[in-house]
Structures are given as structure tokens and as C-alpha cells.
Design a protein around this ligand. Structure first.
Ligand code: 5GP
Ligand code: MN
Length: 342
């Protein structure tokens, strides 16, 4: 799959960058490797150009990204509210990465909307809903990180892709493709990874830092959730699991601890669709969905859980109790029975 960018869009990005000084980069709530990787990479490129730049997040990033270059400079609304608002008031341009709706920045959205500055969007979700001055929306791309790489090259900014930028971009491609399990069945993504590895990044070190970072509590949480909180519904080729507030207390839950849980039941041959419901002290129940093959997880998430996402990996929220969320999921399975059991 070749990514062909509108030359006018590339010119517009270059002009917006050349004509302005203060940049804010933002991405989605509960940021993942692609969100943090693309943001820190773009920030480092702009910094090398002499620009003022900050990555602004709605909430803190998981501890397992703490090794990444540039993360110390990130501001999150939940921890640095005043600074974030002050920076937004001073910014010239907003760069939105790995989001198709501004509402994915949760409580940050209101401040971005008020400031109404020019926006650049780079994203790989379907159905872009951000009004932007320049937008690159390619839902077939492996990751936002891969798109950022292609766009930086198209702008003639290759010289700013140093080892730090390469590490960030590699991390996003690697995590968003499940270590190349999915969303990567075309040559370009390997060409990009090859180029990044060729820049001398330590691939084994990155994989180790992302994958082998958890403590004993997290390992026990995983075992408990799989053993006690997972229900298989073979009639629907589906299953669900949950993490309650009580589980969080018992296992000293930290941000990012449930990363990867929802994918685990996919190793069951006959399972096509799986959900993880996470309870919060405040706010709605968070839902994560994964599917295999032709079951549209994003359609299910959009229709029933105020969410969206990719065809096989989606998410959303449920405004109610954990039990009600699970009941809504089961009702949803009945509604989607035909697509699940065909
Ligand atoms: P995760 O299950 O890892 O939290 O999210 C998987 C994918 O689902 C994300 O990459 C994102 O595309 C999508 N997603 C997750 N939560 C939401 C949500 O609340 N709203 C929307 N529109 N998409 C979501
Ligand atoms: Mn992504």
C-alpha cells in the first residue's frame, strides 16, 4: 500500500510549521505506544527546528513508556492543569495525532475548542471528524507512527529523524501492530521498520522495555482476571472479562496494568469477539473490544458503547454500573448473533 499524499496538504504542513513558533501536540486519553511514540517523535523533530513544543495529554501515560525520549517534557491535564491551560492559550498550532475525534482528548477538548487555532491531524482511524486545516487520515496504515514517518519524509524533514525519533516511531509501529501480528500486511511498513532499525536503534532493548516491565501484583492481577473474571459464551463465539474497583485495590492497580489482557482470549480457536470492562471510582465503565476476522468490533462499539475504533480493535464507555455494562454486552451479542455465528 503506497501512501500518496496530496502535495497541497504537504505544502500546507510545511507552511504552518515554517510560519509559526509555538506548537502543541495532543493525542488520546489513556495513551498507548502509537500515541506516545508519534507525539514524542513529532515533538523532537519540531524541537530540532528551533520550535517551542509541548505534548499535552488528558491523563498521564503508563509507566512503561518512561524510558522514551522526551516523555519527561509531557504535560497532562490531570497533573498540570494550570500549565496546560496556559500553554494552550499561547500555542499557534495544534497537532492532533492518533485521533479522529477531538473528544478522544476528553477534558482537554474544551480548551482546544475555545482556542480555535489551526490544526494538523495525522490519524489511522476511519471517519475523521476533526475540522482541520490539514488532515492525513489513512485507516489502512499500520499506525500513526508509520504515517508520521512518511509525512516527515514527504515534507523533506528526513534529516530530523534522529535515533530518538526512530525509537519513538518504531515503538508505535511495533505496539499498534501487536508486534506485526495484524494491520501490517503490506511492504511499506517493513521498509519503514527496516530504515528505523538501520539507524542503529536497539530493537531488542525496546521490546524488552515495553514487554517486560510489570511487577508481581500485575502478574497476579492477570492470573486472577483470566481465572475468575472471564466468561466464555461459546454459543456466540464470544467472551468477556472485567476488572472491578475491588480487583484494582487488591492488586494495587497502576495505569497500564491491564494492557494486553483483552487480547489474551483471542488465542482460543473458536472465539471471534471479546470484551474487557474496567470499572472506575468516578466516571463510566471503560470497554475494550477485540475481534478476529470479519466481525466489526468498531461497529459494535459505536452502536452500543459510545465509542469506535478499528475494525478488529475498538473501545468505548458505558454510563452505568459494571453489571449493567456486561448485560448491555450480552444483549449486544444477541443483536449481533448472525454476524457472530455465521
Ligand atoms: P483500547 O481497547 O486499547 O483502549 O482501544 C482500542 C482502540 O479502540 C483504540 O485504538 C481506539 O481506536 C478505540 N477506542 C478506544 N476507546 C475509545 C473510545 O472511548 N471512543 C472511540 N471513538 N474509540 C475508542
Ligand atoms: Mn494508533
Amino acid at each position: 500500500m503506497e501512501f500518496i499524499f496530496d502535495p497541497k496538504a504537504i505544502e500546507n504542513v510545511k507552511r504552518l510549521i515554517a510560519d509559526n513558533q509555538v506548537f502543541a501536540i495532543t493525542t488520546h486519553y489513556n495513551s498507548d505506544g502509537d500515541a506516545i511514540g508519534s507525539s514524542t517523535a513529532f515533538a523532537e523533530v519540531l524541537r530540532q527546528m528551533g520550535k517551542t513544543v509541548k505534548v499535552l495529554l488528558p491523563n498521564d501515560y503508563p509507566a512503561f513508556f518512561r524510558w522514551m525520549y522526551g516523555v519527561d517534557d509531557i504535560l497532562s491535564l490531570d497533573r498540570h492543569s494550570k500549565e496546560v491551560q496556559k500553554y494552550i492559550a499561547s500555542m499557534d498550532v495544534l497537532i492532533c495525532l492518533d485521533i479522529n475525534q477531538l473528544s478522544r482528548t476528553e477534558d482537554l477538548e474544551q480548551f482546544f475548542t475555545q482556542s480555535n487555532k489551526p490544526k494538523i491531524v495525522i490519524d489511522h482511524h476511519i471517519n475523521l471528524q476533526i475540522e482541520a486545516d490539514v488532515a492525513f487520515s489513512f485507516h489502512k496504515a499500520s499506525s500513526t507512527c508509520e504515517l508520521v514517518y512518511h509525512i516527515l519524509c514527504a515534507c523533506g524533514y528526513e534529516k530530523y529523524i534522529n535515533k530518538h525519533v526512530a525509537e519513538s516511531l518504531y515503538t508505535g509501529i511495533m505496539t499498534d501492530t501487536g508486534r506485526l501480528d495484524y494491520s501490517s500486511n503490506y511492504p511499506e511498513v517493513y521498509n519503514v521498520m527496516g530504515t528505523l532499525v538501520g539507524m542503529g536503534i536497539n530493537k531488542a532493548k525496546i521490546h524488552d522495555k515495553i514487554n517486560n516491565v510489570f511487577n508481581y501484583d500485575r502478574f497476579r492481577l492477570q492470573s486472577a482476571v483470566m481465572k475468575d473474571n472471564f466468561t466464555y459464551l461459546p454459543d456466540y463465539h464470544a467472551g468477556y472479562m472485567f476488572i472491578s474497583n475491588a480487583n484494582k485495590r487488591e492488586y494495587n492497580f497502576q495505569l497500564g496494568d491491564s494492557e494486553g489482557f483483552v487480547n489474551m482470549p483471542l488465542c482460543m480457536r473458536d472465539l471471534k469477539f471479546v470484551a474487557l470492562f474496567t470499572e472506575y471510582e468516578k466516571g463510566p465503565v471503560k470497554a475494550s473490544f477485540r475481534s478476529k476476522g470479519d466481525f466489526p468490533a468498531n461497529e459494535f462499539a459505536t452502536e452500543l458503547f459510545n465509542g469506535g475504533g478499528h475494525f478488529n480493535a475498538a473501545g468505548g464507555k458505558y454510563f452505568g454500573t459494571l453489571d449493567e455494562a456486561i448485560q448491555a454486552f450480552k444483549d449486544g451479542l444477541e443483536k449481533y448473533r448472525e454476524k457472530l455465528v455465521k
